[in-house]
Design a protein around this ligand. Structure first.
Ligand code: FPP
Length: 252
């Protein structure tokens, strides 16, 4: 797949991707489903449904381009504020997605993971996710990590709580708290920090997403709505990533 895109993008004047600088972890804020649907005169649900198809498309493309971890922000701890019908619809999507795609993900050696608070999810959503996690746990390819009922501030508050408990029990002293200690308690402890964050739909904010983990990530924004985000956009984002110099506060 990558060769096909290399050629296509070259014709558009986008440089060829270099194989040795593919972002290891890409995190995506999949925004604009509702506006996409509205623009087409469709109900918001149709936007989310089409967004689900984009998840499949981008998973396959990211894998083909050599990405190792792909985190998709599918539902935030704040999304419960939406109308009940929309929340119910969003909670059915993992099930529908996995019913259609799980076998292909297994065949492609993808590991499905979830990052978020499982205890608040409806039983049917949790069952689908846990089945996918369990059936793909021995796979060694791309990690497809769904941020579902995820919120960074809650994650940080829970982390502080956990560390405070360990101090209370005498297991740890305040002086022993390190960045690594904190990272081990985060919901993302199974992942490296994202190298690249993509947000669609023209909004320029982080929306409570991976605030700790994105400290040194490269950020890439596009006006394109998530349902129309294609392999070519992913390619363009990676090409732009490869033009950046990451200094992590040092000098290049
Ligand atoms: C934000 O767009 C998007 C969401 C809150 C949901 C994202 C979910 C998907 C793309 C589908 C997930 C698929 C799986 C397999 C779990 P918005 O609805 O806020 O868009 P708007 O800002 O245009 O209204």
């Amino acid at each position: 797949m990558i060769e096909r895109f290399q050629k296509w993008m070259r014709n558009k004047g986008v440089p060829t991707l270099s194989d040795d600088n593919i972002p290891r972890h890409i995190a995506v804020i999949m925004d604009g489903n509702g506006r996409w649907a509205n623009r087409k005169g469709l109900p918001r649900f149709a936007g989310h449904h089409s967004g689900m198809k984009a998840v499949k498309r981008i998973t396959i493309a990211a894998d083909a381009m050599g990405v190792k971890y792909l985190t998709m922000y599918a539902f935030s701890t704040e999304n419960w504020k939406r109308p009940k019908e929309e929340v119910d619809f969003l909670m059915k999507l993992p099930q529908e997605f996995l019913a259609i795609e799980l076998q292909e993900l297994i065949d492609k050696n993808v590991q499905v993971r979830m990052m978020g608070y499982k205890e608040d999810l409806p039983e049917h959503t949790l069952r689908a996710i846990e089945e996918a996690e369990s059936k793909t746990k021995n796979n060694t390819g791309l990690v497809l990590n769904f941020a579902l009922n995820y919120g960074s501030r809650r994650e940080l508050a829970e982390t502080v709580k956990e560390i405070a408990k360990r101090i209370e029990s005498g297991e740890l002293s305040a002086e022993q708290i390190t960045e690594e200690q904190i990272e081990r308690q985060l919901l993302s402890s199974h992942l490296p920090d994202p190298d690249l964050l993509i947000r669609t739909s023209g909004e320029l904010r982080l929306s409570n997403f991976m605030l700790w983990q994105l400290a040194y990530s490269e950020l890439w924004f596009t006006d394109v709505y998530w349902p129309e985000f294609t392999e070519a956009h992913l390619y363009e984002a990676i090409a732009e990533y490869q033009r950046r110099t990451r200094r992590y506060g040092g000098l290049s």
